[in-house]
Design a protein around this ligand. Structure first.
Ligand code: PGA
Length: 225
C-alpha cells in the first residue's frame, strides 16, 4: 500500500522541521506501507537530510516537473535539479490543470520525469484526462501510477463514492492503462479512508490536507498500517 502526501503550497521551513520532529519516530518504523512525502521544492533537501540522518522509512517526491530539458526556462525545475532529492513526481494535478496545464504539457513532463528515472503519479480527474502517449507502455509499467482524483472531491471534505472509483476502474479496463496501479485522492483522512480500504483494487492514496498536520497524518498512517 502506498500513501503519498502532497503538502501543496504549505509550511515554512520551521513548520516543516516541527512536522518532521513530530513524525520522525513513526516514520522510522519498518512498515509495509510505503510513504512518499511531496513538499514544496525548496524543502526537498531538508527532508532528504532528515531522512538520511534519522533513517526515515520514506521516499520523497516533487509536486511538479518542468516539461523542458535544461535551458532558459525561468522558474522551471527539471529532473536534473530534482533527481538528487526526489524519487517521485506528481504530474497533472487538477490544481495545475486549472491553471491551463494540458495533455501536451503533461506528456512532455512525463517524458522528462522518465528521463530522470523518477516514478510518476499521474493525476486523472476521469478517464478522459489520460494523455495519448505515443510510446510503449510496457517500458513504464513499474514507473507510472494513476491517481483517480475527481475535482469535486479535492479539498471539499467529501470524498468520491466507492462506485465512482469502481466505475473509473471499469472505464480504464478497456484501455492500454488497465494494468497500471490505481490510487485514489480527494478528501482522504483517517476517518474517510476506512471505506476505501475495502476496495482491494486500490494500491494506495494521495492525500493533501490530511498530511499537513502531523497528528492527522499520524492517524492516517495508523489506520493504513
Ligand atoms: P485533499 O487533496 O486530500 O486535501 O482533498 C488531495 C489532492 O489534492 O491530491
Amino acid at each position: 500500500m502506498l500513501l503519498i502526501a502532497n503538502w501543496k503550497q504549505n509550511f515554512s521551513w520551521n513548520e516543516a522541521e516541527e512536522w518532521l520532529q513530530e513524525l520522525s519516530p513513526r516514520l522510522k518504523e519498518k512498515k509495509e506501507l510505503e510513504i512518499v512525502i511531496c513538499p514544496p521544492f525548496p524543502f526537498l533537501p531538508l527532508l532528504s537530510q532528515w531522512r538520511n540522518r534519522e533513517k526515515l522509512n520514506i521516499s520523497l517526491g516533487a509536486q511538479d516537473i518542468s516539461p523542458f530539458p535544461d535551458g532558459a526556462h525561468t522558474g522551471e525545475v527539471g529532473w536534473r535539479q530534482l533527481s538528487s532529492w526526489a524519487q517521485w513526481v506528481i504530474i497533472g494535478h487538477s490544481e495545475r490543470r486549472q491553471l491551463g496545464e494540458n495533455n501536451e504539457i503533461i506528456t512532455a513532463k512525463i517524458k522528462q520525469a522518465l528521463q530522470g528515472g523518477l516514478k510518476i503519479v499521474l493525476c486523472l480527474r476521469s478517464k478522459e484526462d489520460w494523455p495519448a502517449l505515443d510510446w510503449s507502455l510496457e517500458k513504464i509499467k513499474n514507473r507510472l501510477f494513476l491517481a483517480f482524483e475527481p475535482e469535486e472531491a479535492i479539498g471539499s471534505g467529501k470524498p468520491a463514492s466507492l462506485e465512482s472509483v469502481n466505475k473509473f476502474k471499469e472505464q480504464i479496463a478497456s484501455t492500454p492503462v488497465r494494468d497500471f496501479p490505481v490510487l485514489y485522492g480527494g478528501s482522504i483522512n483517517a476517518r474517510t479512508v476506512t471505506e476505501f480500504i475495502k476496495l482491494s483494487s486500490l494500491k494506495g492514496f494521495l492525500v493533501g490536507s490530511a498530511s499537513w498536520k502531523a497528528k492527522e497524518f499520524k492517524a492516517l498512517i495508523d489506520v493504513l498500517s
